[in-house]
Design a protein around this ligand. Structure first.
Ligand SMILES: [Zn+2]
Length: 289
């Protein structure tokens, strides 16, 4: 009797193993065909671009619509200065080059949009043809003194992510400057309170201070709702995303050098850093997937 039971159990074990292997094969095949389907949607979007001259029609497909919106990240806009290290240089774009980059966008048919517009696209509001998002991090004062006048000259809007502890400190925006950017139609985003390694934080109270309280601080100063967040260093964990959603944001930006987004990516929107190198700027803008 005992032997028979063991025999039966062995058979049962073998049968379950076969079922598990079968399920694994099916799910690999399913994922493969899904990613193929996504690729197809990108092509369809490009096709419809050719047909409709000014807008990208909202994609109402239920199978993960994808839209290409390059998200540019700037840090400092200033000329190189003597003694500057390579690691700092990496984050500096010369004002003349910044102007050339904006002019390139305009002459190549790009229209700058906000994160809010990208979110609304997935609710059915069309985007302009060749949308692009220009974003700035950390609230460096040189963005206000050097980039803001050029943006105004070129009539282009951008998103400025600030972290609240820095505001009012030397080399950073003042609250008056943040207000002026907002009044000029620039989108203001939250980049946390103290710019920590958010992904390391698991304490709910701390997460709330960095993500929800900082949002309220900015809102109290500028009198507008803040809807977009940028993870400091682009890094996050699922618990970070949960806190960002709970705080009422509708989008969040990370890094990782991609330009296509779906509705599921709204809290991990990929972006790429802009350098002073014009060739690299054009290469990323035009060819990054
Ligand atoms: Zn930052």
């Amino acid at each position: 009797m005992k032997i028979l039971n063991i025999f039966k159990m062995k058979k049962l074990f073998e049968a379950s193993l076969i079922v598990l292997i079968f399920i694994a094969i099916i799910s690999i095949f399913f994922n493969f065909s899904q990613s193929r389907a996504n690729g197809k949607i990108i092509q369809n979007t490009n096709e419809s671009n050719k047909l409709t001259s000014n807008i990208i029609a909202p994609n109402t497909s239920t199978t993960q619509p994808v839209v290409r919106v390059p998200i540019l990240v700037y840090h400092s806009v200033r000329p190189y200065f003597a003694g500057e290290s390579n690691s700092i240089k990496k984050y500096d774009v010369d004002p003349n080059n910044f102007k050339l980059q904006l002019q390139y966008l305009k002459s190549h048919g790009y229209t700058a949009v906000s994160f809010d517009k990208l979110v609304k696209y997935f609710d059915g509001v069309p985007l302009p043809k060749k949308p692009v998002i220009i974003s700035f991090d950390d609230g460096w004062e040189n963005q206000f003194t050097n980039a803001f006048p050029i943006l105004k000259d070129e009539k282009i809007t951008a998103t400025f992510y600030i972290y609240t502890n820095a505001i009012g400190k030397k080399n950073y925006f003042s609250w008056e400057q943040v207000q002026e950017l907002s009044n000029a139609g620039m989108e203001i985003g939250d980049h946390s309170k103290s710019h920590p390694f958010l992904w390391k934080i698991t304490d709910q109270k701390l997460l709330q201070i960095e993500i929800a309280d900082s949002k309220k601080t900015i809102e109290d100063h500028i009198g507008k709702t803040i809807t977009t967040f940028a993870y400091p260093f682009g890094l996050y964990k699922p618990i970070t995303i949960d806190a960002v959603k709970a705080a009422g944001y509708t989008s969040a930006r990370t890094g990782f050098e991609r330009t296509t987004h779906s509705k599921d990516d709204l809290f991990i929107l990929h972006s790429f850093e802009v350098s002073n190198n014009m060739k690299m700027f054009v290469g990323n803008l035009e060819h990054l997937k």
